[in-house]
Every structure is written in structure tokens, then in C-alpha cells.
Design a protein around this ligand. Structure first.
Ligand code: BGC
Length: 941
């Protein structure tokens, strides 16, 4: 059976990158600073840190450019700032090369303050740059008493049943008492559930699915919008639509709690809170708040809005003008006013969920009479915009699926109970355009029924929706298959960033499964700037930590983590791995400082239950190296031999997490804790070796995964490493040369092959097209990463529909290997945030060229190589104010030139040593062009 899905091998996919920020255009000075950010965001409208941190990138094309000093000015108005008066903070000239995580140290910042800032830097010759283009940030409502708004919602109590309820619409008209003019108007808004806010007929902001997902019993995020341009000097109206969202709708696994409700886990009905503050020219502050004077109806066009099931919309119920002044709301009821929840209100620290891009279908096919199946050409996440015509009352239905059945119909069995279905009842008023409001779907194919006419291809648009973290990675090479793999990894990440890192976007799950992001965290950072996203999610993890120290299996955790789904090896450990990954990539000490105690509690809990240091007790759901090749359903495939023993797997994570906790403490200068956890980690490693490793380096059960993890986590004594690596490679024999790893061991395997002299084996695996492999999935139409190696097998069909997503990122963690090995971009092991880094491309397989980049917090790092006969050319970009160690793969270090002259003599280049078939150089900032004789492949150890 051939799966009727089209292989889309995209052209140069490396172009799918949005610029982080254009460099500032400045006069004077050779250096400049650009991409000014406050708490990782560009001009954030709502910051609740009273000592926010500032970052910029030095821009200076000269070789060896470094920042030797900086000066920051912060003022409360732009004129002051332009005049050079930093009335809130003038840092003075600070002799420092630091350009990230600069802590604001000026006058106290109060609620609502909007401030402007600029920076100048001194270069390596002691020359100051011009001032940067100014940036700004605004403070949120810092005290509870700043909020005068009341929580409002439907006054009518919900029915006893658990049926979905029609989403309420709320409105309020108001006039401005002060006619002196509006200087600034700011709306502070949140909901329990989702909200879509409108003022005077206009949509406010571009956030969707706001205020996003937190544990609503602990923290509720609010958003801030500048609505100055939406208000009129006279009559105004605010209109709001509420949706159930994660708060009141169905969420993944809802219903797992014995006797628990299928929906409304946090609450049955959505609620709303808004405070609109208007600064008049006269200096007066006007305020409009949600309160008992607002009106509400549940008779609007959205009849059902459910995150998993989809939206039902009846256009005949639309009420034109409901969100503008002058609408007759006499049939609407007064809202109910409710007590404030006990949770704290916090600003949203990361980029909102948005419609990030739109894609057009590649085909539409009438699969049965009146049943049209659109193919978007890409497994994506979000929803469709559909334009249709018909008679009043016609119902058009859109069902979404990731793959097709052999007959071309959509395959929905793997969605489990998630309907992913949008229904529109037409008003009959000419061509009508629909888009859902309070749901999202994971799909490539859309089945449309109920149309009177055959739809044109352009009747439908795919709106791609996710947390809008900037994309910062580029990758392209001479293998179209590997380009497609990189593309699939990126699309799978897009599919799984909805306020939290999810497992999948389509079935009735979509939870913040911790084991998945543990494996994918570094790849995620290469693809997108995850700093703000992790800043948001790591507190979600802490919120779900149990009193005895257990981290949850997923965060947020709405099902009582003390009772279930917590304390699992490699899932709970994400509570240590991910903050550490964030620190390594972004140098965020504050994040570590706020998290350390929580991370220690996790280790202490494991230790207390496993005093002999082997994690044998309390592994709860104990998933192990998830979906390793023992779960493959292939004829002739071994039933066992892939999964390492679960206690060894758990102990390996215990050792590694403990070591990372020690490193966190060391970063913070907490020597006692660093020593204590460092010593404990060493003891756990000893226990691991004693229990699971033979003197001849055989690790119990002799699996690819066991060696990969033990090597990658540094568990083995130095003298056993090369033998263990050899054993790891020997393990391929039992699998006919194939990979057999699961979620957690796959990236370990790839990296340890390369590190231990088996780079060609790693290339063989990544280029493989036999089942199981990334290439097999691509050859069978994958445009995202499959949950299972054998999600679909020719001749056999789909895997068990109970668990068979086609957009799970865990084995896409190989993306990290692609950046590190093919492009060669690596962090320095001792210096965070790419202030110093390593460029070490390790060409292999039959690749003849590769190029790509990573826009780090310090600037854009780029690497490009081409082999041509016996020569390799290597172009490298090292951002200003950073330095790099470069490994030029060559068999003849004397042959290396840069810019046509011997490399060691080139400006900004210092020869260090020859190592493992590479000439090693220290590079200052700049752009370089190296040429060398190619390395012959190093002999296998
Ligand atoms: C999810 C996984 C998750 C796992 C726990 C699954 O249903 O989709 O990705 O990590 O459960 O084993």
C-alpha cells in the first residue's frame, strides 16, 4: 500500500528565517549597538521585574571588534533621552565587555511607567560609538491594589451537565469625560479561559489564545495593549468574546482523574478582567474597568469553542456593531461579578501565540461527491480561513487530519477523542469568510463538506499559529533529504509551542510533557530564541512540583501531581535539564538563582527514596527510553534489545541531574551546595558503574541506548570510554546496522558517535532511508517528525492509532547534531551565551557543502563549507564582541590559508594546535574565509 501523501522536498528551506532585528543605522563611530531588548523582548509593553535586564548586540564589522565599555541611559521621556539626560539611570561609562543581562540599577520603577533607553559602546581602540536608536519598555501593574477592575462573567450558574457552553460576549460603552485629548491609553487584560478583545469595531492586538496556559490556581498572566489609536474622543465601546480555553474546556487527558470532569478542570465558565487606563493631555487619568455595569449575552455566533474539538459558528447569529458604540444591547443581561481568584496576576514574559504565517493549499480533490480534501502540503498547526457562499442555514464542516487513508479520505483514528472539527452555518449573505477563534488543530489535510459548489484552491488558507519566538537558525546543505529533515524539525517545533512545549498538536493530549522537551531543548534553542519562552515555562514546572519535591510528568499539571503523573526519570529531570540549557544558551543567572532550590528538592527526593544511589524505588509511571525500537512492529524485528534497563536509565538521569545542580550552584558561587551535589553525583556514577558496567565496559543488556547515555552523561571512567563506544557501534550488528534508540538516547547516540571517532557511522544513520530512520519517514511523505520510528510502514500501514502522532519533536533532537556537526556551531563548554564558542564542522557522508547560521544572544554566528576535490573552503562569521575556537578539518595544517595568506598570519587569527585531523585557531570577531587541504577521514579508534 502506498501512502497517498505527497513528498514535498522544499527548495532552499534555509530561507525560512525571520530577522531578529535589523542593525541600527547610525552616524558616526565604527561600532554600534542594535537589537536592544529588555527581558529578552523588543520594546515590551509590560514588564513586572523592577530590575529588568537589558541586552544588545554590538555591531562592528572590523576584525577583533570587542566592546571595552558601555553606557546605558534610561529616561522617562524621549526628549530627555535624546538630550542625553538619563534621569532614571545613567550607568556612566562602565568598563566591561558585557552586553547581555545588564541589570537595571536606576531609580525605582513604578507601575505603568514607560521608559526609554539607549546605549553606546566603546570599541577595542577606546572609541565610543554613536548612541543606539532608542528602545523602550513599560512597567505593568505591580501591586494587587493597582487593579480596580472586577472579575466578570456569566451571572447565570452553569447547568449540572458537562456539555460545552456557548461562549459569552461582553460589552460596555463609555464616553471620555476629559476632552483635552488622549496622550496614551493602555489596556491591561486577562481572562480565565480565552478572550478576544475589540474596541470600536477593531480587534485589539494580534494575540490569539490569550492569556495562555498557566496553573490558574497559582498564576494568571495578563497582557497589555497600547490602544491609544483605537479610542475616539467621544463615544467608545469595548466588546469581548470569551472562550473556554485550557481553563474551562477540554484539555489533554482530562477525564483521567477518577470521577473527574471531562471539561472545566479549572472552572466551568470563563471570566474576564480588564482595566483600561487613559492618560489625557490635561494630565488626568481616566479609567474604564470591568465591573457590574457591563452586559453579556450567550446568544452570539460562536456556539461552541473547544481547544481540542473545534469551533461551531452560526453566522446567522452575528450582531453587527456589537463592539461599537450605539448598539442596542437591551436584550443582553448584566454580567455577574465574582471574587478575585487567589492566584497572582503576572505579566506574560514571552512572545504571544500569534498567527505567524499563512500557507496556501497545494491541491484540492473531490474525494467523494461533495467531499473535498484540501492538501496544505505541510503538516502544520493552527486553523483554516475559509471563504464560502451558500444559503442561510447551510452548514459547512471542516475536519482536520495529518495523513490520508489509502482511498484519499482523511485519517482521523490517531486523533483519539479530539474532534478537530469546525462547523460554520452560513448566513447566506454573499461570500462569507470564517476563521475559528478559540481552538487550534494539527493537520495537513482538511476535509470540507456542505459546500454547494466545488471550491477553488484559494478558498482556503492555512493560518499557522504558535508562540511567536523569533526563528534564529538557518540550515542548508548538499543533501535535499537533510534539508527536508531540518525543515521537518522546525515545523514540528512550530507545531508544539503553544504557551508551553507540547508533545503533539493534534490528538487529545497536547500537554507539556517534560521528557519530550528534555530531549529537544537544545535543538529548540538552535531553531528559535527560546529565552523568553523558557522564562515563561520554567515557573510552570515549579508550580507543579509536589510538596515532597517531585517534578511533574507535564507542566502545567492540572490533575493533582501529588496523586499522579509525577516523579518519573527523564521527565521530572527536565526540571533540571531545561533551566540549565537556558542558562547555557542565554547566560541567565537569575533564572538559575530562582530555580536552584527547587532543583535541589528534586534531587533530594530521589536521594531520600534511593539511599543506595540506584534509582530503583519510586519511578512512578517509569516510561524509560520512550518509544525505543523495542516498540517497533515490523516483521523480523527483534522484540527486545533496544531498551536499556529502566533502573539503569533512571540512575543515569539521577547522576546527570545531580551534576547539573552542582554546576548551577557553582555558577551562583554557592560553593557548599556545588561541592555537596558534585560529590553526590560522583557517588551516583560510582554506584552506576558498580551495578551496571562490567570491567570490560559492557553495560547491562548491551544496548545502543545504554552506551550512548552512559557516554553522553559522562558516567564512565575515562579508560572505559573508547571500549564502550566500540561496543555501542557493535550493537548495530544485531539490528542490521539500524538505529534502535528512543526519545532520550537518540541525540546521545548521534553525538557520542561523532565525539568518539565514529562520525561516519553518525552520517550513515542520518542518511539512512531504511526503516527505522528519519529518511524513511521523509521518503514516505513526512513534513514533520513522527512520534514513532514506524508511524507508517509500507505494506503494514499505520502504527497503533492509540498513539501515533505525526508531529512529535523528540527524535527531531537530531537537529542539535546537525547544527553541531554539519555546521559545526557549538557553545563553549565553559562560557555561556556564545560569548565564546566553537566552530567545528565535521563533514561526512557524501555531503559536499553546508551553510547555516545561529543568531545567538550576542549576534549571528555563521558557518559555511564546501569541498572541492582535495580542498575545503570554510567561511565563518564571528559576531562583534565574541570570540571563537575554529577547527579547520585538514590533513595538512600548513596548507591552511585565510583570505589567501597563511592562516596563522591573518588578522584576527591565532594558531593554537593540531588536534584530531584539524588545525585549531582562535578567532576574534569578524568574517573569515579559510581554505585548506581536506582532512582524510580519521581512522576508527
Ligand atoms: C506523549 C509523550 C509523552 C508520553 C509519556 C505520551 O502520550 O505523547 O510524548 O512523553 O506520553 O510517556
Amino acid at each position: 500500500m502506498i501512502l497517498p501523501i505527497v513528498v514535498i522536498l522544499c527548495g532552499p528551506v534555509g530561507t525560512e528565517v525571520s530577522e531578529v532585528a535589523p542593525p541600527a543605522r547610525l552616524s558616526g563611530g565604527l561600532a554600534a549597538s542594535a537589537n536592544l531588548r529588555c527581558e529578552y523582548l523588543v520594546d515590551p509593553l509590560c514588564v513586572d521585574r523592577t530590575t529588568p535586564r537589558l541586552s544588545w548586540e554590538m555591531v562592528d564589522a572590523r576584525r577583533g571588534a570587542v566592546q571595552t565599555a558601555y553606557q546605558v541611559l534610561v529616561a522617562d521621556d524621549t526628549e530627555r533621552l535624546n538630550a542625553g539626560d538619563g534621569n532614571l539611570w545613567d550607568s556612566g561609562k562602565v568598563d566591561s565587555d558585557q552586553s547581555i543581562q545588564i541589570v537595571y540599577a536606576g531609580k525605582p520603577l513604578g507601575s505603568r511607567m514607560r521608559v526609554w533607553w539607549k546605549v553606546r559602546v566603546w570599541d577595542h581602540q577606546g572609541q565610543p560609538s554613536a548612541w543606539s536608536v532608542p528602545a523602550s519598555w513599560s512597567m505593568g501593574l505591580l501591586k494587587r491594589s493597582d487593579w480596580q477592575a472586577k472579575w466578570v462573567g456569566d451571572a447565570a450558574p452553569p447547568p449540572e451537565n458537562t456539555d460545552p457552553l456557548p461562549p459569552p460576549m461582553l460589552r460596555k460603552e463609555f464616553r471620555l469625560a476629559d476632552t483635552s485629548g488622549i496622550k496614551r491609553a493602555t489596556a491591561y487584560v486577562t481572562a480565565l479561559g480565552f478572550y478576544e478583545l475589540r474596541i470600536n469595531g477593531q480587534r485589539v492586538g494580534d494575540h490569539v489564545l490569550a492569556p495562555e496556559w498557566t496553573d490558574y490556581s497559582k498564576r494568571i498572566q495578563y497582557q497589555t495593549y497600547d490602544v491609544t489609536d483605537l479610542l475616539s474622543p467621544s463615544s467608545n465601546a469595548v466588546g469581548v468574546m470569551l472562550g473556554d480555553g485550557w481553563y474551562a474546556g477540554r484539555i489533554g487527558l482530562s477525564g483521567i482523574v477518577p470521577g473527574g470532569p471531562p471539561r472545566g478542570i479549572y472552572g466551568r465558565q470563563p471570566r474576564f478582567l480588564m482595566q483600561l487606563e487613559i492618560e489625557h493631555a490635561s494630565g488626568r487619568i481616566g479609567r474604564l474597568v470591568s465591573d457590574g455595569s457591563w452586559k453579556l449575552t450567550t446568544a452570539g455566533p460562536i456556539r461552541v469553542g473547544d481547544l481540542l474539538d473545534g469551533e461551531t459558528y452560526d453566522a446567522r447569529r452575528e450582531m453587527p456593531g456589537w463592539d461599537a458604540p450605539g448598539f442596542d444591547d437591551s436584550t443582553w443581561s448584566p454580567v455577574g461579578v465574582f471574587d478575585s481568584p487567589t492566584a497572582v496576576l503576572v505579566t506574560q514574559p514571552n512572545e504571544p501565540i500569534r498567527v505567524v504565517r499563512e500557507i496556501k493549499p497545494v491541491s484540492v480533490n473531490e474525494q467523494q461527491p461533495g467531499v473535498y480534501v484540501f492538501d496544505l502540503g505541510q503538516n502544520m498547526v493552527g486553523w483554516c480561513r475559509l471563504t464560502a457562499s451558500g444559503s442561510p442555514g447551510d452548514e459547512v464542516t471542516l475536519r482536520h487530519a495529518e495523513v490520508l487513508n489509502p482511498d484519499g479520505s482523511i485519517y482521523t483514528a490517531n486523533l483519539r477523542s479530539a474532534a478537530q472539527t469546525d462547523r460554520y452555518t452560513l448566513s447566506g449573505d454573499g461570500p462569507e469568510t470564517f476563521e475559528p477563534h478559540f481552538t487550534y488543530h494539527g493537520f495537513r489535510y482538511v476535509e470540507v463538506t456542505g459546500l454547494r459548489e466545488e471550491p477553488k484552491l484559494d478558498a482556503l488558507t492555512g493560518c499557522v499559529v504558535h508562540s511567536a519566538a523569533p526563528e534564529v537558525g538557518e540550515f542548508e546543505c548538499s543533501s535535499p533529504m537533510l534539508n527536508q529533515l531540518w525543515h521537518n524539525i522546525l515545523w514540528t517545533q512550530r507545531a508544539n509551542m503553544h504557551s508551553i512545549p507540547t508533545d503533539c498538536p493534534q490528538r487529545d493530549e497536547r500537554l507539556g510533557w517534560m521528557g519530550d522537551i528534555l530531549a529537544f531543548a537544545q535543538t529548540a534553542c538552535f531553531n528559535m530564541d527560546m529565552a523568553a519562552f523558557y522564562t515563561k515555562w520554567i515557573p510552570d514546572v515549579r508550580d507543579a512540583q509536589t510538596a515532597d519535591g517531585r517534578y511533574p510528568d507535564f507542566a502545567p499539571h492540572p490533575f493533582d501531581p501529588a496523586a499522579r503523573f509525577s516523579g518519573v526519570p527523564a521527565w521530572g529531570d527536565a526540571g533540571v535539564f531545561v533551566p540549565w540549557c537556558a542558562y547555557r544558551n542565554y547566560g541567565d543567572k537569575r533564572m538559575i538563582e530562582e530555580h536552584l532550590q527547587s532543583a535541589c528538592r528534586w534531587i533530594d527526593w530521589i536521594h531520600a527514596n534511593n539511599p543506595d544511589l540506584l534509582w530503583k524505588n519510586k519511578r512512578h509511571n517509569d516510561y524509560g527510553d520512550w518509544l525505543n525500537a523495542d516498540t517497533l512492529q515490523l516483521e523480523g524485528w527483534p522484540k527486545t534489545g533496544a531498551g536499556m534497563p529502566k533502573d539503569a536509565f533512571a540512575t543515569a538521569f539521577f547522576a546527570r541531574s545531580t551534576e547539573l545542580v552542582s554546576k548551577m550552584a557553582a555558577v551562583l558561587g554557592r560553593d557548599l551546595e556545588a561541592e555537596r551535589y558534585g560529590a553526590l553525583a560522583a557517588q551516583i556514577r560510582t554506584a552506576f558503574n558498580r551495578a551496571y558496567v562490567q570491567p570490560d565496559a559492557r553495560i547491562e543488556r548491551d544496548t545502543q541506548a545504554g552506551y550512548a547515555i552512559a557516554l553522553h552523561f559522562g558516567l564512565l571512567p575515562e579508560e572505559l570510554r573508547s571500549v564502550a563506544a566500540k561496543r555501542m557501534v557493535d550493537c548495530f550488528q544485531r539490528y542490521n546496522g539500524q538505529i534502535s534508540t528512543g526519545f532520550h538516547s537518540t541525540i546521545c547516540l548521534m553525538r557520542e558517535l561523532t565525539r568518539n571517532g565514529y562520525n561516519e557511522e553518525a552520517y550513515r544513520l542520518i542518511n539512512n532511508r531504511e526503516m527505522p530512520s528519519w529518511g524513511y519517514a521523509i521518503d514516505h511523505g513526512a513534513t514533520t517528525i513522527w512520534e514513532r520510528w514506524d508511524g507508517y510502514v509500507e505494506g503494514r500501514g499505520f502504527q497503533n492509532p492509540g498513539m501515533n502522532s505525526f508531529a512529535h519533536y523528540a527524535i527531531g533532537s537530531v537537529g542539535e547534531w546537525m547544527y553541531r556537526t554539519i555546521l559545526g556551531i557549538n557553545p563553549d563548554p565553559d562560557v555561556p551565551a556564545y560569548k565564546r564558542f566553537i566552530i567545528r564542522p565535521q563533514p561526512g557522508g557524501d555531503l559536499t557543502w553546508a551553510r547555516g547560521s545561529y543568531h545567538s544572544i550576542h549576534g549571528r554566528i555563521a558557518s559555511e563549507w564546501r569541498v572541492d576535490g582535495s580542498r575545503i573552503a570554510l567561511d565563518v562569521t564571528v559576531p562583534a564582541n565574541t570570540s571563537a575556537t575554529l577547527y579547520v578539518p585538514t590533513s595538512d595544517p600548513d596548507s591552511v590559508t585565510e583570505g589567501g595568506i597563511p592562516a596563522a598570519k591573518a588578522d584576527g587569527v591565532r594558531f593554537i594546535k593540531v588536534e584530531d585531523g584539524a588545525a585549531v585557531y582562535q578567532l576574534g570577531a569578524g568574517q573569515y574565509k579559510f581554505v585548506a587541504k581536506r582532512a582524510t577521514q580519521p581512522a576508527r579508534p
